[in-house]
Each structure stands twice: as C-alpha cells, then as structure tokens.
Design a protein around this ligand. Structure first.
Ligand SMILES: *[C@@H]1O[C@H](CO)[C@@H](O)[C@H](O)[C@H]1NC(C)=O
Ligand SMILES: *[C@@H]1O[C@H](CO)[C@@H](O)[C@H](O)[C@H]1NC(C)=O
Ligand SMILES: *[C@@H]1O[C@H](CO)[C@@H](O)[C@H](O)[C@H]1NC(C)=O
Length: 413
C-alpha cells in the first residue's frame, strides 16, 4: 500500500517541480526497490518457517526439471506405454497411496510376452506427512500404539499392499517401482538403489549398505534403513514399494510402534501378519532428503533408459524413448475419479480399523482377573465374555474406553 501512495506523491511533485523529476524518480525507485526487497525477504522467511513447521521440506530440484502435468496429461501418460519418473508434491499419505495404486492398475502390460518385449518400468516418489502405516493384513492395535498416535494427531494408514508397520515422516523417502510380474524379483530395485547410494558417497557407504533377500536395505547388517512391500497383481503387473530413512526423527518412530513384547497381559491371535522388528537408522553421512531424491531419480533414469537392462530390443517398434522423463503432480489435486475414490476408501474407518483378518484378544493379568476375551471381525466385536460390552461395538471404541468402562489395566490400547 505504502508503495502505491508514494508513487502518487511523486507524480504530483513532477507537475509542480519539473527540475526535480529526475532526482525524484531515482528516490522513488530506490524506495520501491527497498520495499519490494524487504517484503520479499519477510515473505520468504515467513514462508520458509511455515514450510518447516507445517508442511515439511519442499523438494527443490537442482539437476533437472520435473515437468508438471495436469490430471488429463497424467492419465494419458500412465495408460500409454513408456517409462518415466513421477514425483508427487503432495504429502498426504492417503492421496499418495491412491495415486500409487492407480499407477499400478493402469500401467499397460507389454504387447507381447517375449523376452525382448518392452517393460513399462515406472518410478513414483513421494514424501508423506508424519503417519503410521501398516500392511493390509495386519492387526492395527498390535502394531501401533493407537492412543498415542491419536493424541499426537498422527494419521493411521492401512496400505493396499502386504508387509509390516512403519512410521513415515518428512525425513523419509517413499518410492514405488511399478513393473511387470514377468521377471519380477524382490531384490531388483533395492539392489540398484543401494548401488546408486554407494556411487554417490562411496567413502561413507561402500560395503556397508546391503540389499537383503526380503527387499530391505540394511546398514552393516544390523540396522534397517528401509523396508519394502510388494504387490503382485493377478493381471501381470507388480510393484515394489518401500521407504528410505534419510533424516527421520527416529525417537518418534520408536514410541508409535508397539514393541515386540507388546502390551503386558494382552495376547492377540489371528492370521494377521506380524511386523519383523528391526533396529532402524538413517542413511549415514550428511545427505539432504532432496539430494537423495535426486540421486534416486537420476539413478532410475540411467538404469532404465533405452539401452541398459530394460529388454528394449535394438529394433523395437515400441514408442519407448531412450530418455526417461521426469513428471510431477500433486496427488491431492488430481481430478481422476478412481484416485479420489481410492483415497476416500483408504481414509475410511471401515478400511483402517475394519481391514485385515478377524482376530481375537485375550486379556490376562495385569490387565484383568479373571481373564477376558474379545473376538473381532471387520473391526466390530462379534463375541466377548466381558459383561456389559455389547456385540456390534466397534473395537476402536472399546479400546478408547477399556479402563474407564471395562476396568482393564490399561487406559487404552
Ligand atoms: C501407548 O501410549 C500411551 C500414551 O502415550 C502410553 O500411556 C502407553 O503406555 C503406551 N502403551 C504401550 C504399550 O507402550
Ligand atoms: C528393423 O528390423 C527390420 C527387419 O527385422 C528391418 O527391415 C529394419 O530395417 C530395421 N529397422 C531399423 C531401424 O533398424
Ligand atoms: C497439493 O494440493 C493440496 C490440495 O489442494 C494443497 O493443500 C497443497 O498445498 C498442494 N501441495 C503443493 C506442494 O502444492
């Protein structure tokens, strides 16, 4: 506002005092310039603070440009043949997982199944806001300290793929490698990822990083840097997605996942998948999330370009180019109905609390004496010997009130 008033002043000066015009203009411009610089600086400081505190790091790419695509362009890209890297700027875990699923479902299969046919390898990269993520076949309460997560405002997410529980934050990079079922191995992607990381920083990482048979990445064979989950589709597609801890708040992570001893006096039974517990650690050395993000992107571009290791016949009629382009989108803004529907499903209590196989819980001392049992199907209590606990009560609700209403030894599960 100030700036505009000044301009007006000087213009009226000009009318009365022509000799001063030149001098006045210089003053005006300097004034405007200083104001603009000051405002820009203030805005930048404020916005970087907000970014740090509210939305996590933004990835500022230095070495290449990621072309922003619209929903329509993205739909076309995904459903046509071709290899590419896709970045999501959204940090919403449900939206990112929904887009990942869409990418998995709509990546076309190669036209022929011969050894030389073209595979449509795609890499999707994203960072989530802090959240707890469990595998689709897990018992939420056995894996996560749900009451703590709720108290800290940390969303609970059930993946569409199998595997164990993990905590994400802004120091963690999520990747998904979408490819074909044919020739898929659990170690292909992590083996490459380890090589890209070691090539980047051999002094710190050479011979310390390993890709394990389960698709994990370990440091010195003792600590885990990243875990993996897989989805092998019935219709010929497969994906491998995983996490890479670069600069995570590891203390937070520990408190949100249940320890292997679990809760004293509480025994879970059912076919739910147990997480394999491991000591976790960040990537050693001083690496920013952005720079590792770039390393992964460029490694993928290199290894999956037209010539190397990608089954593109030398004389291919396919349209796959030698170059692997990089695109970016905001998974939370897409106007793609299927992505929106999946995100809505992933957010629903039916899926988060009610997903996974049926289970039962046994409460013994120090929780309660005599012992008590609760059986749960689709997140709803279907049998119990706890007096006054109605069948049909959501298990989540029972957990919130376990001490207050049912006299168990824990406030909440
Ligand atoms: C879960 O978190 C709550 C709240 O922070 C805490 O009181 C409780 O002891 C935790 N439960 C377990 C089993 O660690
Ligand atoms: C591709 O192969 C066909 C026959 O196999 C040949 O006639 C054609 O010239 C080749 N094209 C190129 C670009 O090499
Ligand atoms: C992505 O879209 C969401 C929803 O419109 C918005 O809140 C968020 O700020 C966007 N993220 C970026 C980095 O533009």
């Amino acid at each position: 506002m100030n700036v505009f008033f000044r301009i007006g002043d000087k213009f009226s000066d000009k009318l009365y005092c022509p000799r001063l015009i030149h001098f006045t203009y210089i003053h005006t411009y300097i004034y405007i310039y200083i104001n603009i610089v000051l405002q820009a600086l203030t805005l930048q400081t404020v916005s970087s603070l907000i970014k740090k505190e509210k939305s996590g790091p933004s990835i500022m790419l230095k070495n290449y440009i990621a072309k922003q695509v619209t929903s329509d362009e993205l739909r076309t890209l995904i459903t046509c043949s071709g290899r590419f890297v896709l970045h999501s700027v959204s940090k919403d875990p449900y939206d990112n997982l929904a887009l990942e699923d869409y990418l998995f479902r709509h990546t076309p299969l190669p036209e022929s199944t011969s050894a030389t046919s073209v595979k449509n390898n795609r890499l999707f990269l994203y960072i989530n806001n802090p959240c707890c993520v469990i595998g689709r076949n897990q018992l939420l309460w056995r894996e996560v300290n749900v009451s703590r997560a709720i108290a800290q405002g940390i969303p609970l997410v059930r993946r569409l793929s199998g595997g164990g529980a993990v905590v994400h934050d802004w120091g963690n990079i999520n990747y998904a490698h979408v490819t074909t079922r044919d020739g898929f191995t659990r170690t292909e992607f992590t083996t490459k990822l380890v090589r890209w990381l070691v090539e980047r920083d051999p002094t710190t990482l050479y011979s310390r990083l390993q890709a394990t048979d389960r698709g994990d990445i370990t440091l010195d064979g003792t600590h885990k840097l990243g875990g993996s989950a897989f989805k092998i589709g019935a219709r010929g597609r497969a994906y491998h997605h995983g996490t890479l801890l670069v600069d995570s708040q590891l203390d937070q992570i520990k408190g949100l996942l249940q320890s292997s001893q679990g809760i004293p006096g509480v025994t879970w039974t059912g076919s739910g998948v147990d997480s394999v517990r491991a000591h976790v650690t960040n990537l050693p050395g001083s690496h920013s999330v952005t720079s590792i993000w770039e390393t992964i992107t460029m490694g993928f571009q290199r290894d999956f370009a037209g010539s190397a290791n990608n089954h593109v016949p030398p004389n291919s009629s396919s349209h796959i180019s030698q170059h692997v382009p990089v695109y970016s989108c905001n998974a939370s803004k897409l106007q793609i109905a299927e992505v929106q529907e999946t995100a809505q499903k992933l957010r629903s209590a039916d899926w988060v609390h009610g997903g996974g196989p049926p289970f039962s819980v046994h409460f013994g001392p120090p929780q309660t004496m005599p012992e008590r049992n609760v059986a749960v199907r689709h997140g709803i209590i279907c049998a119990t010997d706890i007096v006054g606990l109605a069948l049909g009560t959501p298990f989540a609700e029972f957990c919130r009130t376990s001490r207050a209403v049912h006299g168990l030894g824990v406030d909440s599960l």
